[in-house]
Design a protein around this ligand. Structure first.
Ligand code: TPP
Length: 284
């Protein structure tokens, strides 16, 4: 990956983080922790990898994206707004009565959202259906999906895993956001889903494990996944709450909004990171 490209992606991820936390603050509810942990993966997909455009959101040949851990839509909405699907200002209406930006992705009302999700386990299942449909129709689009590690406790995830390998869905690439935390603690204490990589391998998937905050590793893994002749999963070690010091590795920030003083601290940190990323991008 070119240095300039990496710097551009870092800037996009910093903006996604800032807009996502800002949206949750204005909603007075929502999920900042898991939105922050996927910001780099989402930035990579939307600003480097996926063949998608806000000028043709329904293009039948576009790549598809399914946020299976739908509660983390603040990160997805931020990416879509930066990409031009709708105005960035609308992000501050997240979860407001009458707003089209609900607390979970809604494909009928949010431009750019390919699948309504939120009930954990269903998104990856829908992604399998999209991938199979693409193959049957002779299309070359790919389907990307992000799951949570807590989500991997859902039995439906493993039915989808079995389905994907049975139908040889080599156009399906899933990421597991392995931030080790879920709604109320460490995934291993709540109901241990590990080893996630070995489980997917046992279901017949191509498996890679990477640092989900490293763009070069993400890119290499996606390139490898595209070459695999089976469904591929990239298990990404990440930090829940990444980018806001007091949210990092703290499951208490799974599903609550910062208060005014906490918001100020978060915005100081996220704005500083964004300015730094912009500066680095400008200077090359
Ligand atoms: C079927 C279903 N059961 C329960 C929930 C409630 N829920 C929302 S988020 C969450 C924890 C998910 O943990 P993880 O997938 O690790 O998400 P992350 O930590 O990345 O935010 C739960 C249990 C849900 N959305 N769907």
């Amino acid at each position: 990956m070119q240095k300039q490209e990496r710097l551009m992606l870092a800037e996009k991820a910093a903006e996604i983080r800032k807009l996502a936390v800002d949206a949750v603050y204005h909603a007075k509810s929502g999920h900042p922790g898991g939105s922050l942990s996927i910001a780099d993966i989402v930035a990579y997909l939307y600003f480097k990898e996926m063949n998608v455009s806000s000028s043709a959101p329904a293009d039948p040949d576009r790549d598809r994206f399914v946020l299976s851990k739908g509660h983390c839509c603040p990160a997805l909405y931020a990416a879509l707004a930066i990409k031009g699907y709708f105005p960035k200002e609308d992000l501050q209406t997240l979860r407001h009565l009458g707003s089209y930006l609900s607390g979970h992705p809604d494909m009928k009302n949010v431009p750019g959202v390919d699948m309504s999700t939120g009930s954990l386990g269903q998104g990856i299942s829908a992604a399998c259906g999209m991938a199979l449909a693409g193959k049957r129709a002779g299309k070359s689009y790919r389907v990307f999906s992000i799951l949570g590690d807590g989500e991997c406790q859902e039995g439906q995830v493993w039915e989808a895993a079995m389905f994907a390998s049975h139908y040889k869905l080599d156009n399906l690439i899933a990421f597991v956001d392995y931030n080790h935390l879920q709604i109320d603690g460490d995934v291993r204490d709540v109901m241990n889903p590990t080893p996630i990589d070995a489980k997917f391998a046992a279901f017949g998937w191509d498996v890679q494990c990477i640092d989900g905050h490293d763009f070069e590793q993400i890119e290499t893994a996606v390139q490898n996944a595209c070459k695999a002749d089976k469904p591929a999963v990239i298990v990404c070690t990440t930090v829940k709450g990444k980018g806001v010091s007091y949210m990092e590795n703290n499951y208490g920030w799974h599903g609550k909004a910062p208060k005014a003083d906490e918001y100020e601290v978060a915005m100081n940190e996220l704005n500083a990171a964004l300015e730094q990323a912009k500066e680095a991008c400008k200077n090359g």
